[in-house]
Ligand binder design. Structure first.
Ligand SMILES: Nc1ncnc2c1ncn2[C@@H]1O[C@H](COP(=O)(O)OP(=O)(O)OP(=O)(O)O)[C@@H](O)[C@H]1O
Length: 256
């Protein structure tokens, strides 16, 4: 395996507070890499930097051999690097299926000029998008609620739909930020199974921030522990769990 994401010597401060401090990580292609750490360790900040949602102060981010430092998220999206998006407010009034159909980039039907020039091609593409969306809705187990408004779905179903939206793209790396939060155990099982299938069957690489340790233990290898904006330890979940520094900084702090 080789690294599909390389973060090298990244720094980021907010005002006087250094939140990411000479941080370097690598994500191997085909892995489901976990990222854990105490509250305020800088996990979300690092995600935002990798996903192009936040400029860094210094350092470098490389995706599949290409320097993507400070490229905006929409450019990264087209390159196949994306994070799960919260279902945006305007999409809550669309059905689950329509939410999936809205995702594909470069949809010809959205462009009036191309619709006027090539109506046959637009119809063809719309029907392809629709059948892809139906496949995805089956994959994520939401066929029963495909015609429900997204705003009426449960929290867990919304997370599954978010995952489904990444499947409408040609994603290669997906960043998942605390998707277990607020999801019941049954739906969480579905989410985990779907992430595993996407990884195994479709070759997606995942980088996962998660407070739910069961989910990390089940899904992730390796696990990176971030503390005070830099990597404290990296290894299997067992190695990480047994590391005294981690127990003190993370688990220790948690059980006080
Ligand atoms: N936009 C911002 N402006 C100022 N400070 C920020 C900003 N974003 C994050 N911070 C600060 O940076 C630090 C790291 O935050 P971050 O959200 O990256 O941590 P985290 O590891 O994801 O934490 P948690 O597990 O609690 O979500 C925190 O002290 C936070 O208050």
């Amino acid at each position: 395996m080789s690294a599909i994401i390389e973060v090298s010597h990244v720094y980021k401060s907010f005002g006087g507070l250094r939140v990411i401090d000479d941080c370097s990580i690598q994500v191997e292609e085909g892995s489901i890499t976990g990222m854990i750490g105490p509250n305020g360790a800088g996990k979300t900040t690092l995600f935002n930097i990798i996903a192009g949602n936040l400029p860094l102060d210094a350092g470098r981010v490389v995706f599949d051999g290409e320097d993507i430092t400070n490229l905006p998220s929409d450019v990264l999206f087209h390159k196949g690097l994306l994070r799960t998006f919260q279902i945006a407010h305007e999409f809550t009034q669309l059905t689950a299926l329509e939410n999936l159909m809205m995702v594909p980039p470069r949809q010809l039907g959205e462009n009036l000029f191309s619709a006027w020039l090539k109506p046959g091609e637009v119809r063809q593409q719309e029907s392809e998008v629709r059948s892809r969306a139906l496949e995805v809705i089956d994959f994520i187990g939401l066929r029963q609620v495909r015609n429900e408004l997204a705003g009426n779905l449960s929290g867990g179903q919304k997370k599954l739909l978010e995952l489904g939206r990444t499947m409408m793209t040609d994603a290669r790396v997906v960043l998942l930020d605390e998707i277990a939060a607020g999801v019941n155990r049954t739906l969480l099982g579905d989410l985990v199974a779907n992430i595993e299938r996407l990884n195994r069957e479709m070759g997606y690489t995942f980088l996962v921030i998660e407070h739910d340790m069961d989910m990390i233990a089940r899904l992730c290898d390796p696990v990176i522990v971030l503390a005070q904006g830099r990597v404290m330890v990296e290894g299997t979940i067992e190695e990480v769990r047994n590391n005294p520094d981690v127990i003190e900084a993370y688990f220790g702090a948690k059980t006080e």
